[in-house]
Design a protein around this ligand. Structure first.
Ligand code: JAH
Length: 227
């Protein structure tokens, strides 16, 4: 899988060469490329933004700078992800779908976001015919300084699903994960008592049917509390 990011802060993506993802790059499973958006500004002052039509706070990113950056990157069969708090919510289901992509491009906006004509242009039939799909995505209902951290979150969630990236491939297939892929019951390990708190007896019993029942009840209690 090839993953490209377009950003005015390329340094945000330095962690991608660390640990598991760094190894996945070296082994050829993954190929990360980071593009500095400012390099595509033809403006005298290398500006990437201007004031919003219609007035209002802040600045909006210039469409032609994005056009110059994205045109050469958007080859056939590509998922273009535009990070925005107004986008569709990212979840494990979308992570699984995107893990089947051969090429993902993350457009990381800053300021008040990217001129909407960028989304409109690359969503047109011309690009659809080339299998270029545009997604406006949010990782949650809060405003960040820009899309970079949201892109890192998505890259971690997507790439850990690729064969050979995760250390232990069994934990992907493991039972007792919910539809979103995580365990809902509380976990315990050694020692059996820690600071006067004992591990629930049943978990030390070896009775797997009773353990499953206890975990289902504990998961329900936890879900209730988190409502
Ligand atoms: C903020 C461009 N859902 C998280 C998220 C994603 C992107 C942004 N904020 C929050 C953002 C400013 C400019 C994107």
């Amino acid at each position: 899988m090839k993953i490209e990011t377009v950003t005015i802060f390329p340094d945000y993506f330095a962690p991608l060469s660390l640990s598991l993802l760094g190894k996945a790059q070296n082994s050829g499973i993954l190929n990360f490329v980071v593009h500095d958006l400012r390099g595509f500004s033809t403006n005298n002052h290398h500006a990437v933004d201007d004031t919003p039509y219609g007035g209002g706070a802040g600045m909006v990113m210039l469409p032609e700078v994005w056009g110059q950056a994205l045109d050469p990157i958007l080859v056939n069969d590509t998922d273009l992800i535009i990070l925005t708090p107004a986008g569709k919510r990212f979840d494990q289901n979308l992570a699984e779908k995107l893990s089947a992509s051969k090429h993902i491009v993350f457009a990381c906006g800053r300021y008040e976001g990217i001129d909407d004509r960028v989304r409109q242009h690359y969503s047109s039939d011309q690009y659809c015919a080339r299998n270029i799909r545009v997604h406006e995505i949010s990782i949650g209902d809060y405003v960040l300084g820009g899309g970079e951290v949201a892109a890192l979150v998505m890259i971690e969630a997507i790439t850990r699903l690729l064969p050979g990236v995760l250390g232990n491939p069994e934990s992907l297939a493991e039972e007792s994960h919910n539809e979103d892929g995580y365990v809902e019951y509380p976990n315990f390990t050694k020692p059996p008592t820690w600071r006067d708190i004992a591990v629930p007896e049943i978990l030390l019993s070896g009775n797997h049917a009773e353990i499953a029942k206890w975990r289902a009840a504990a998961a329900e209690e936890r879900a209730e509390k988190n409502l």
